[in-house]
Design a binder for this molecule. Structure first.
Ligand SMILES: [Zn+2]
Ligand SMILES: [Zn+2]
Length: 116
């Protein structure tokens, strides 16, 4: 996401935030993945989501709310940011993101089992 109040004509790296923790992922060089409409999840938030939804098979029902990343109303379990409740990511997006990070060669992701 862009920091609220960002000038669309003059977007700075500090203005690009993870939707789930609101850290400036670009400015701090935190690996992140972009979803639709400029939504962003960083590697740390995705790791939390992966643990909860993929590994522990927990997660929440979005009950009609849409996934922040794909903007679809998904019926699969989702992870909701503990910091910003309006931000959630569905299981499908978590898995896609995790695979992308692993492909990227990120050490933390190489060890994660790819469960279904
Ligand atoms: Zn984050
Ligand atoms: Zn999604």
């Amino acid at each position: 996401m862009q920091r609220p109040g960002t000038d669309p004509q003059n977007v700075q790296p500090e203005d690009i935030l993870c939707d789930f923790c609101r850290r400036a992922t670009w400015a701090k060089d935190i690996p992140s993945i972009e979803g639709h409409h400029g939504s962003i999840i960083c590697t740390d938030c995705l790791a939390c989501a992966w643990t909860e939804v993929v590994e522990l098979q927990a997660g929440v029902d979005l009950e009609g709310a849409s996934c922040t990343m794909c903007l679809e109303e998904r019926s699969d379990p989702a992870w909701r940011s503990p910091l910003h409740e309006e931000a959630s990511i569905c299981r499908r997006c978590i898995k896609l993101g995790g695979r992308a990070f692993r492909k990227d060669g990120q050490a933390a992701w190489g060890a994660k089992p790819d469960k279904d």
